[in-house]
Each structure stands twice: as C-alpha cells, then as structure tokens.
Design a protein around this ligand. Sequence first.
Ligand SMILES: Cc1cc2nc3c(=O)[nH]c(=O)nc-3n(C[C@H](O)[C@H](O)[C@H](O)COP(=O)(O)OP(=O)(O)OC[C@H]3O[C@@H](n4cnc5c(N)ncnc54)[C@H](O)[C@@H]3O)c2cc1C
Length: 301
Amino acid sequence: MSDFKAFLSELDNRGIKYVREYELCGASTFKIGGKATVAVIPENCDDLVFAIDKGYEYKKKLHVLGRGSNTLFSDDGYDGILILTKGLCSIADKGEGILECSAGASLGAVSAFAADRSLSGFEFASGIPGSIGGAMFMNAGAYGSAMSDFVIDSLAYDLEKKKTVTIREHEFGYRKSIYSRDRRLICLSVRIKLHEGNCEEIKEKIRALAAERRSKQPIEYPSGGSYFKRPEGYFAGKLIEDCGLKGLSVGGAEVSEKHAGFIINKGGATSCDVLKLEEKIRKAVYERFHVLLEREVEYVD
Ligand SMILES: Cc1cc2nc3c(=O)[nH]c(=O)nc-3n(C[C@H](O)[C@H](O)[C@H](O)COP(=O)(O)OP(=O)(O)OC[C@H]3O[C@@H](n4cnc5c(N)ncnc54)[C@H](O)[C@@H]3O)c2cc1C
C-alpha cells in the first residue's frame, strides 16, 4: 500500500471525513484555484491533531485552512494535504464575558453569539469573512479594533514538540502574530473577553457596520479582501487609486472601481491573472510613489 493510501486508511479507521481531488475554488473567497490532492475535515481537536501528525508522517505537503478569505490558490491546485478547520466551530459562554471559540468558528458566528448574550466588543469582526484561527494568524482588525484587543489566551498544537500548549504572549502586531511568525503552531481554540452591553445596540452596530462595508467594499464580487498590506504612513488603496488604476484588469481579475485596495474576480479570473495584475499595480505604485506594496493575501501553490 502506498504511503498516501495508508494515510487515507488511517483517516477511514478513525472516521475522519476527507474529500479527494478537492475543488479549491469553493474553499477560497476569491473563487479561484485548481484541486487539492485531498482535503481533510476533522470535527474535533484530537482528530485535527491526528490528521496533521499523520499527514506529516506521510511526508505530503500540508496546509491548514480556515475560511479561505485571505488565500489565493494556484490554478494548478495544491499537491498536498489541506486540513480544513471549518468542522471545529463550537463557541461556549464561560461566564463573566468570556467566550471560548474553536479555531474554525466564523467571526460572524462569534459576533452574533456575543450579541445574543449582550456582550459587546466583537462587533468589529462581524463582517470579516474569516475564522477565529485565521483571525489569530492575521490579527484581523477593522474599525479601530483587532483580535489583540480581546484575546485572553489560546490553545495551540506545537508541531515541533507534538504537544498542546497554552499561549498567553501572542506577539500581536499589524496583521501578524505568533501564529504567522511560527508556522509550526496550529491554533486550536481561543478565549476572548468581552464587556456587557445592550443587546439591541450591539445588533444595531453590527447592522450599521454591514451597511458601511456594502457601500465601501466590493463584497458583491469574490476577492481576498484588501490585497496589499498597509504600507507605513500610507493606504494601499489610496496609492493605487492615485495612480489611476481603478478598473485596470488582467483577464477576469480587476482593480475594484469601488475600493482600489481590492482585486476582484469579475468572472473566470485565474490565479495567473491576479498575480500579473498584482505585479502591474506594484510597478506603477513604485514608479510613482517609491512605495513597495507587499501582498497581504497568501498565495498557496
Ligand atoms: C470581503 C473581505 C473583507 C475583509 N475584511 C477584512 C477586515 O476588515 N479586516 C481584516 O483583518 N481582514 C479582512 N479580510 C481578510 C480575511 O477575512 C482575514 O484576514 C481573516 O482573518 C482570514 O481568516 P481565514 O480563516 O479566512 O484565513 P485563511 O485564508 O483560511 O488562512 C489565512 C492564514 O491563516 C492560517 N490559519 C488559518 N487557520 C489557522 C489555524 N487554526 N492555526 C494556524 N494558522 C491558521 C492559514 O494557514 C493561512 O496562512 C477580508 C476578506 C474579505 C474577502
């Protein structure tokens, strides 16, 4: 039996779900990508850890994916094991404003869960289409708040030591954390602390932020959100707009007319289209402003 078949039979024996030849365009908000050799969908932490350990044992390339909202997959697909966290989506109310969220829980679900319990603070995250794990990796933020403002601690699987560790020092910075610095750490769950508020006011704030996003961001098209990191002292979208690049396109990829910081998939875009457009933008912005834009979206091939 090949190593790969042995890996799949280990998953079968443990009852862990997986899909072979998994279509990546359905796993990323960009709606782009070929196929992954296999996508594993564990439903609890022990199975996630098992799948990761066995995956590495069989020496396949391995990537952990949350909701795919900061990820651009290659048209050629991913020749390896994709571990999806979306099956780990529990959220528990621990009292005194503390919520314990599994890594695959969506930010929208956590903010709605908090709102239902009159817990305020997490409204900022309601419109970010990511998972708790992805948000920890990125220190996701919006409207003046970020994950770092609410996290008490997190539980991680340390691939090197092969054990679960509690992390209290997350080294949060702008769109970075200990998880993006040390990729051997896989976030399993997070505890956040929120404060008491008024349920109706919290829900109203969530509605208002959603309306603001709809008016300013091209959420009607597939994308990976803000494509570039914010360069120090500038806004990427403003630099791109000032270069007159709104509407610039390569194949199906286009600089959004609504928000120049977004590259959108207007229909049938390939990862090649997106990467070529990225290069054109980077060159134009550098020539005009001498600012080198860095990609925020992660390219996985
Ligand atoms: C329309 C739109 C609007 C957006 N608005 C915002 C915004 O306002 N603010 C903002 O910050 N971002 C925004 N984003 C970007 C994105 O939603 C966030 O970065 C989000 O946190 C990514 O989470 P994810 O689960 O989708 O990550 P993924 O794309 O699945 O993964 C991103 C990275 O995180 C790693 N990762 C995922 N889960 C784990 C885990 N459990 N442990 C360790 N590593 C893990 C992955 O390996 C990968 O390297 C937006 C995106 C879109 C499409």
